[in-house]
Design a protein around this ligand. Sequence first.
Ligand code: 5AD
Length: 362
Amino acid sequence: MTFDEIRAWLVETTPEKLEKLWLSADSLRHDTVGDEVYLRGLVEISNICRRNCLYCGIRAGNPKPQRYRMSAAEMVETALLAKKLGYGTVVLQSGEDGSVPAEEIAGIIGQIKRETNLAVTLSLGEREEEDYVTWFKAGANRYLLRFETSNETLYQTIHPPVSRGRDSGSRIELLKTLRKIGYEIGSGVMAGIPGQTWDDLARDIALFAELDLDMIGCGPFLPHPDTPLGQDRGAGDVSPRREVPNDQVILDEHLPFKVIALARLVCPAANIPTTTAIATLDPVHGRLLGLSRGANVVMPNLTPARYRKMYEIYPHKAASGETPEETHELAVRQILELGRTVGQGAGNRLAFTAKHGSKPAP
Ligand code: 5AD
């Protein structure tokens, strides 16, 4: 698929044409990764963050969230719950908490592997290469690191560098390093960031293919009132303070699904979640529509109820008032409602490519 084709789909508004996009993504999903929907148990292990990303509610500069870090015992306990509920993967996600030594995290990864044998996905932000190596050796299998936008200037603006520790440089380079170490790599972007143009978003999607991502997680940008980007309405904002490009991406009801569908078309065998941000934008239909338009993964939040509200990266985050069991039951019910099945085992990308090849669709 060429850049021009991707861009044309992004701005397409004709319902009959969009129906075609949904159908081709869904049928490709069926042919490559099948009808199994894989569950990844998401555990938000800490909301402590040293960064000041302009979009994110747990940015260091926001004094409002009460900060927490789950204990090793709580993390292992949650992984055991994921195992008990039938999950093949547990995802440990946190703010960029640079103060936790890599060895400490490696110890927890090792314990989770020994006690559950689940696939372990990490989403802990930017660290030194040696830390990633330590965690891989401890048994971690996959790493999620969204590049957020392929527009270098916009990226630097919304994700200001830090003075100490690893400084981003390029997350795209980091993803290549992670793959070289042996991880399956996942990345993605937010759609509708103020300052993001249609060209930018089309380039983002082309980059998914170029990086040959194993996992692609995308969602709408949701303004958080306690962040600099939440001070205006983002898309369509006319405030004189921030310049809005003429071809600013406009978030509408179709956009998140266009991104999912196009991600499927450019990376046929990738694992693609219908994300929490999508479920937050449309709590009733969001998740189901994602699964019907290219996605094959759901990441139910298994974070203990007492911590959930503190991990407010954007407002009204789906499932923030639920218990892990409730979140899990809803996910399974929705999957079965669609006539799909719950995937068994780890659901590695490699297993899909081995069966179907990794060539992008013509
Ligand atoms: N709206 C939507 N997505 C957000 N993220 C962070 N803040 C927001 C927001 N306000 C996404 C980023 C990050 C992921 C964990 O959550 O893409 O990588």
